[in-house]
Write a protein that binds this ligand. Structure first.
Ligand SMILES: O=C(O)CCC(=O)C(=O)O
Length: 304
């Protein structure tokens, strides 16, 4: 082979490699997220089989990350937590692990009442596409509120709070996990963003009072403050339940736009998460570089 020909073959190979690399980077910078707004009943086995069916459906639609709602396998309510509590690993997390492995998705397993060493937690287990348990997020901020004449709820009567931040890595981006009331705490979202998360997921079950007032507003605020994608997964609304969930699972972009939103009924919603778009937003409005860290800062007190 002449020198000239060898040179052009090498050049072709390196160009092809570059094209391949840039296609790969582009592919990795986009992924499909599915949020399952599950109809949750008192029958745990039904909740589990419906969740499994909808996770399969989501994976069939190309979802690589799937999120279930808070308390996806039990009704939401202080009296139900002890009755439905399980260990993790345990029955429900075994089902989630199997279906994550079968469908090859990252699965954010909503939450379930977790029993551990005589205490109960509201816990979100996260599984990788090989079925391994990547982390357990125990709700950090317990939902204790009293709005006279509207709603009083005291999770702390039965639950203990978690005390860890929860971030997991995927080939696409880092993802930070919070549960419902955790979303009200801007500092948590800021810390997740500071740790490099580009997507925050909040399985949650707002109610008929705070749902219409705050649910979407909080998601858009967290997304805009931190220039990240935010996804919430609620149970479907069941007017016969003792605690009526608001529904309206949502995905919000780093620009603060609602990309996808369920109604009040059972549904699977999808959003294509585009990390190049996130980078563009951050370049256009560069608040990260403009922060006055000489005047203020948000830090984790305790690092894992
Ligand atoms: O913050 C709210 O208004 C609702 C929170 C909630 O339902 C929960 O944390 O489970």
């Amino acid at each position: 082979m002449s020198l000239k020909r060898r040179h052009s073959t090498t050049q072709n190979a390196s160009e092809q490699l570059q094209v391949l690399m840039s296609t790969l980077i582009k592919t990795m910078s986009k992924f499909r997220l599915a949020v399952i707004q599950l109809h949750v009943t008192k029958v745990k086995a039904d909740n589990l089989s419906r969740a499994r069916r909808l996770i399969r459906e989501a994976a069939g639609q190309g979802a690589q990350v799937v999120v279930l709602p808070e308390c996806f396998n039990s009704p939401y309510g202080s009296s139900f937590f002890p009755e439905y509590a399980e260990t993790i690993p345990g029955e429900s997390s075994q089902v989630l692990s199997e279906v994550a492995k079968e469908t090859r998705v990252y699965l954010v397993g909503g939450s379930l009442p977790e029993a551990d060493s005589g205490k109960l937690y509201n816990t979100c287990p996260v599984f990788g596409p090989d079925g391994s348990l990547l982390l357990k997020h125990r709700k950090i901020h317990l939902f204790d509120i009293d709005v006279p004449g509207k709603i009083r709820f005291q999770e702390s009567e039965t639950l203990s709070p978690g005390s860890r931040l929860s971030v997991f890595e995927t080939p696409y981006c880092k993802i930070g996990v919070g549960i419902c009331y955790d979303m009200r705490f801007a500092e948590l979202a800021q810390l997740y963003a500071k740790k490099g998360c580009h997507l925050l997921v909040y399985p949650g079950a707002f109610n008929m009072t705070t749902g219409p007032a705050h649910w979407e507003l909080l998601q858009r605020a967290r997304a805009l403050d931190n220039q990240v994608y935010v996804a919430t997964a609620s149970p479907a609304r069941d007017e016969t339940a003792s605690y009526v969930a608001w529904g309206y699972s949502t995905v919000v972009s780093p620009w603060g736009e609602v990309l996808s939103k369920a109604g009040s009924e059972e549904a699977v919603i999808y959003a294509d998460i585009d990390l190049e778009y996130l980078t563009d937003v951050r370049q256009q409005i560069p608040i990260n570089a403009q922060r006055r860290t000489d005047l203020y800062t948000v830090n984790a007190v305790k690092e894992d």
